[in-house]
Design a binder for this molecule. Structure first.
Ligand SMILES: Nc1nc2c(ncn2[C@@H]2O[C@H](COP(=O)(O)OP(=O)(O)OP(=O)(O)O)[C@@H](O)[C@H]2O)c(=O)[nH]1
Length: 291
């Protein structure tokens, strides 16, 4: 883990600085989090950078997450005063869902503008989130044609590029890449499970063992079925022994690394079913509890 801790801070500082600079050009920030790891995929310093800037929390990849847990998380964030949508960003209703939610967040401000005679003002937004959370996918689904806005407007003069959507949003075309924080080693494991960080950064065997500990408690049958293990496999084996057993079942003899790699691919592609490895009560040490 030490390697990761040394590697990220410079990137994170730069990303947050860029975010601060761009914030003044937008009305709202779309903060993306991965529904499978809603805490580990958030950046704890974002709260401070955003201050009072309106925000919409978008939980992505709900098709890969446990639906019951997604509901719990949505409530949890809403109870903190955040506006939240949870979706598979690739769905065809994404533009309508996101635009409606953004309009709701900004309803008062837009009503005040309309009173002053400003009609149909586009909502300007910045998409932010950690790598792999779905930023580009969201942008691509919101913007049906690639139309860059030009002209003498704030942002444009600074050579920022904006993308217009048919639903009257204007999106900064470069998403803000945030970096997670790794003080809690579970954060690293969870990010690795979902593929948010490079595989070279964490020992895959360790990630798979953390993952098996989760499946032992919450979805034991998914592993039994996928790797054709005997029904009593969990009861008679430790997590390490189970990894060895799966390695043999996969026909990889004693090549545990290869088995770990295969298991992670299965997990990330949803072959082990939907999963959400974090719950609010886990207190994964990275997000400020207050908004
Ligand atoms: N199943 C599923 N996959 C998604 C969803 N959103 C994005 N993806 C996939 O997740 C992967 C990463 O998505 P990107 O849009 O490239 O993520 P990004 O945040 O732009 O990533 P970086 O460029 O690394 O910062 C891609 O394979 C997407 O197809 C979703 O809601 N559900």
């Amino acid at each position: 883990m030490a390697q990761i801790i040394q590697w990220f801070p410079g990137h994170m500082a730069k990303a947050l600085r860029l975010m601060r600079e761009n914030l003044k050009y937008v009305d709202i920030v779309f903060e993306l989090v991965d529904a499978r790891i809603p805490l580990s995929s958030r950046n704890p310093e974002l709260d401070e950078v955003l201050g009072q800037k309106p925000r919409l929390l978008i939980m992505t990849k709900t098709d890969l997450a446990d639906p019951e847990r997604t509901k719990i998380w949505k409530n949890y964030f809403e109870n903190q005063g955040l506006a939240v949508v949870a979706l598979d960003t690739r769905g065809h209703k994404t533009p309508q869902i996101i635009t409606k939610a953004a309009r709701t967040v900004l309803a008062d401000k837009w009503a005040a503008l309309e009173e002053k005679g400003v009609k149909d003002k586009p909502i300007r937004a910045l998409v932010a989130g950690i790598p792999n959370v779905g930023k580009s996918t969201l942008l691509n689904h919101l913007v049906t044609k690639n139309v860059a806005i030009t002209g003498d407007r704030p942002g444009v003069t600074k050579k920022l590029q904006w993308l217009k959507t048919p639903t009257n949003l204007e999106l900064l075309d470069t998403p803000g890449v945030l970096w997670p924080k790794f003080e809690d080693q579970r954060v690293g494991f969870h990010l690795a499970m979902t593929g948010a960080i490079k595989d070279q950064l964490i020992n895959q065997d360790d990630v798979v063992l953390a993952m098996l500990a989760y499946f032992r408690e919450y979805a034991p049958n998914a592993i039994i079925e996928r790797y054709h293990l005997p029904a009593e496999a969990w009861a008679t084996n430790t997590d390490v022994e189970l990894l060895l057993l799966i390695t043999q079942k996969l026909g990889f003899k004693d090549d545990y690394d290869r088995a770990a790699e295969r298991i992670l691919i299965d997990l990330r592609r949803g072959k082990l079913g939907p999963y959400t490895v974090e719950m609010p009560a886990d207190n994964i040490g990275m997000v400020n509890d207050a908004k």
